[in-house]
Design a protein around this ligand. Structure first.
Ligand code: IMP
Length: 441
């Protein structure tokens, strides 16, 4: 031990890549457990910026085992491109292992994602159109094609035939697309199989070996709690479970293997795609925060919706994930805002108040935030490296959040650089104790 799960506690894009990268420095293994290349992690290393979609951020640390777990859905074209790009930039990828049981995104999944959104018209979810939902649907329907199938052309072909059959009807407009041709798909995927073969492994066993040897394993989530297919703002969610419990399923460990659960949030809120966002801002302030925070999707380039920090949603996320620590990123973006609002309650159109995240879709769609106004600060935070360096108002802001949610803050982000963080006193006492000391060493 320890096993540390790291999840997004909002609507994704919280800065998980940077936190994983920091924890990976001292971890023996990093494991992605759900989602696919709908995620995008940006890591700034010195003058280099890396944008990763599938490969865990730990890959930048030579000796860290990096696992793409069975719960992830893999587009092999994206994965092989990502590997190629890392090699081109002289990053050693030898420590990557891909679960043989992970499911593959096929060309028809991308088409179904596009077609599904087009059909929904105004009601569309705003998916990343990467084929994520249709791939998980095939997994549940037991029509999925897994990484291990890439290694046997005969089996692969048989499975593609079976999977294609029920899709013919809905994909009729695409019927003549070469991407739907059995032979073309098979040949393309066999080629991926050759390229990925050295990385394919029984990753569950590899993770067990690390944990049994007392090593540190970081389980890296993608997206965020409010995009969870069971606990998020359904149907405006992703098709997997980004909550901490899914780390067990998507990596093949039990709940007792988890010692800590870190929830990553931003000091404000963002959301991409459609769906309720009770604390959403518009106008000049939203534009200012979006520009200063660089709030444009890593994967799709879409402008993110921006809002105040929603503590009702965060307290809910803390509970469904059993968060033991918070990492609050991008605190520096709020510098210069005179009064900072935090949402502590929702109010429905008829005046009903909600202290707890409402389960009912209609309620949530019409809820607005009730706010506490906290004093802002004008100082630039980008050089702060210790809690004591922060202006009192920024410290009070953090304290308010932590007290309201009932979770200690371990880490605060004050800029995009890997060193632009503050490890708090609270981080020293955690199962991965020594994080703070090691990070500043
Ligand atoms: P999908 O995961 O592509 O099916 O998209 C479903 C919803 O999740 C859409 O609202 C997407 O914008 C959102 N989503 C998926 N991945 C991410 C992410 O990494 N960050 C933020 N939103 C995401």
């Amino acid at each position: 031990m320890p096993g540390i799960v790291l999840v997004g506690a909002q609507w994704g894009d919280e800065g998980k890549g940077k936190v994983t990268d920091l924890l990976a420095e001292r971890a023996d293994a990093v494991v992605r457990f759900q989602g696919g290349n709908n995620a995008g992690h940006t890591i700034v290393r010195g003058r280099q910026t890396f944008k990763l979609h599938l490969i865990p951020s730990g890959i930048l640390h030579k000796d860290t085992l990096c696992v793409i777990g069975n719960g992830v859905v893999i587009d092999p074209r994206v994965l092989t491109d990502e590997l190629e790009e890392l090699r081109r930039r002289r990053v050693d990828t030898a420590s990557l292992r891909i679960s043989a049981n992970a499911h593959l995104i096929m060309p028809y999944h991308l088409m179904l994602d596009h077609a599904g959104e087009a059909k929904l018209g105004k009601l569309q979810i705003g998916t990343t159109r990467r084929g994520i939902g249709p791939c998980y649907a095939d997994k549940a329907a037991r029509l999925g094609i897994r990484v291990q199938d890439l290694l046997d052309e005969k089996i692969l072909k048989k499975k593609i035939v079976a999977a294609l059959e029920p899709k013919r009807l809905s994909l009729r407009p695409f019927a003549k697309d070469p991407q739907l041709d059995l032979q073309t798909i098979t040949e393309e995927y066999v080629t991926y199989g050759h390229r990925l073969a050295p990385y394919i492994a029984d990753t569950v066993r590899l993770v067990h070996e690390r944990l049994d040897a007392g090593q540190t394993v970081v389980f890296e989530g993608a997206q965020g709690a409010l995009l969870d297919i069971d606990h998020g703002t359904y149907p405006f969610v992703t098709s997997s479970n980004p909550v901490a419990g899914a780390a067990c399923v998507g990596a093949g460990v039990g709940p007792k293997d988890i010692d800590e659960v870190w929830g990553v949030i931003k000091a404000y809120g963002t959301r991409v795609g459609a769906g309720p966002f009770p604390t959403e801002l518009d106008g000049a302030l939203a534009d200012e925060i979006r520009e200063r925070g660089g709030e444009y999707g890593t994967t799709t380039g879409r402008a993110r919706r921006v809002g105040w920090l929603d503590l009702v949603a965060l307290r809910y996320a803390a509970r469904i994930n059993s968060l033991t620590a918070l990492a609050i990123m991008k605190l520096d973006v709020l510098s210069g805002i005179e009064r900072i609002c935090v949402c502590t309650r929702y109010r429905g159109p008829e005046g009903a108040e909600f202290d707890y995240f409402p389960y009912h879709q209609t309620v949530l769609h019409h809820a607005g935030g009730e706010y506490v106004n906290l004093p802002g600060w004008i100082e630039d935070l980008s050089d702060c490296r210790d809690e004591a360096d922060l202006p009192a108002a920024a410290r009070d802001y953090l304290q308010f959040v932590s007290d309201f949610v009932g979770v200690p803050i371990a880490l605060v982000g004050v800029g995009p650089g890997g060193d632009q963080v503050i490890w708090t006193q609270a981080s020293a006492g955690m199962a991965g104790s020594g994080w703070a000391a090691s990070a500043t060493a």
